[in-house]
Ligand binder design. Structure first.
Ligand code: 1CP
Length: 367
């Protein structure tokens, strides 16, 4: 696979590059902010638009993805947009059936049970054909966003995708997937390698389609201890960043990459030396200690407890101020430590965004 068309298409000129500059550790006038799951059910317009439509059919419609990506930008002053899609489109591209069951979440009717089941997976995935709908959504959205803010593309990381493919859906213990790590280490590495190869092509395809930054979600890092993380997650995360960066460099492009390994506070040092420009953090790590442990090598993103959005607005403002003081205003992208929940008040999301902008502007002026 070679992407020979990285050259920007005739996209509208970017008018707010604060997020991209912060990702590269450059100076900004304010700290940029966006939220994981900023397109989501907490917005009435999202619920109305999604009503009665199948989740993955929605993901397959470039027009629908574009609309859902733009919805939060109409309400709030976010400094970045993330393309509406899901991490589970990759298992689908590998030939697995995945359905979104109301009240239950993503469900695989036939999850992988034993190493023999790997033979069911498509060996050589034609990423352009299987996931071209995501690329189309990105190109369309990049036009429709009119240069207001950069557009982030994303992928699930290999271990997180592997765990869904074996568990068959969400899980508290991930014991079926972890059973593979203890019992079938070779098959586990084989699956993780297969996923890595597809993810690399997928991310490069997203950039070719117009993505201006990339985030890799290792949402299930926390269920791995340090030993398993070092064997089954970190090498693949590194491989993804190195291969994507090398390929882009050859084409004269530099696209910031963010790694978000949820609950992997033990791995923050390693993650800061894994070829990513930004390390995303959940709320279980203290901003200042994250800064000390990553030693200015990378920008940081995060990490307000999403539940702080349940607090009154004045409290949110105080919490944001403390967070900004902990991280500092340089090389920092404000975000939540995980996604916005469906029962959250959009007004408080707005208060979060405004507090980041307001406090950070004042702090930067004083420097
Ligand atoms: O009907 C609906 O709207 C269902 C809710 C929903 C949404 C809005 C799901 C189901 N996926 C999405 C979109 C989505 N998923 C985005 C869109 C952009 C945005 O953030 O605004 C992104 C980036 C994702 C990525 C994703 N999907 C992750 C990684 C991020 C994270 O939360 O850790 C994961 C783990 C998934 C799986 C998934 N998809 C949906 C649900 C409910 C879940 C989690 C299920 C579980 O394991 O319990």
């Amino acid at each position: 696979f070679k992407c020979n068309h990285y050259h920007p298409k005739d996209f509208p000129q970017l008018r707010n590059d604060t997020f991209l500059r912060a990702a590269r550790g450059e100076e900004t006038e304010h700290v940029p902010v966006w939220c994981m799951r900023q397109a989501g059910r907490y917005l009435t317009e999202f619920r109305e638009f999604r009503a009665g439509k199948d989740f993955f059919e929605t993901c397959q419609s470039p027009e629908a993805c574009c609309e859902l990506t733009l919805q939060p930008l109409r309400r709030f002053g976010f400094d970045a947009a993330i393309i509406f899609s899901d991490i589970l489109v990759i298992p689908q591209a590998l030939g697995m059936d995945v359905q979104m069951v109301a009240g239950k979440g993503p469900t695989f009717p036939e999850p992988l049970k034993e190493p023999e089941d790997l033979q069911r997976l498509t060996a050589k995935v034609d990423v352009g054909k299987e996931l071209g709908y995501v690329f189309k959504a990105i190109t369309l959205t990049r036009h429709k966003i009119e240069g207001k803010v950069p557009l982030i593309g994303f992928s699930g990381a290999p271990w997180t995708l592997m765990s869904y493919m074996i568990e068959g859906g969400g899980s508290n213990t991930h014991s079926k997937a972890k059973r593979w790590l203890y019992r079938h280490p070779e098959a586990s590495h084989m699956l993780l390698t297969m996923l890595t190869d597809v993810i690399v092509e997928y991310l490069l395809g997203q950039v070719a389609a117009g993505a201006q930054a990339l985030q890799v979600f290792e949402s299930h890092a926390g269920i791995l201890g340090p030993v398993h993380f070092n064997e089954y997650s970190l090498p693949y995360l590194r491989d993804i960043a190195r291969r994507v960066k090398d390929e882009l460099k050859e084409a004269g492009q530099d696209v910031p990459m963010i790694v978000f390994a949820k609950d992997a506070h033990y791995a923050v040092e390693d993650l800061s030396q894994s070829h990513y420009d930004v390390v995303g953090l959940d709320w279980t790590i203290d901003p200042q200690s994250a800064r000390e442990r990553t030693g200015g090598k990378v920008s940081l993103q995060g990490n307000m407890d999403p539940c702080a959005l349940y607090a009154p607005k004045e409290r949110i403002s105080d919490i944001v101020k403390k967070m900004l003081e902990g991280f500092g205003t340089r090389g920092y992208i404000a975000n939540l430590g995980h996604g916005v929940y469906p029962d959250m008040d959009p007004e408080n999301v707005g208060a979060f965004v405004e507090a980041v902008h307001q406090h950070s502007k004042q702090m930067i002026k004083k420097i």
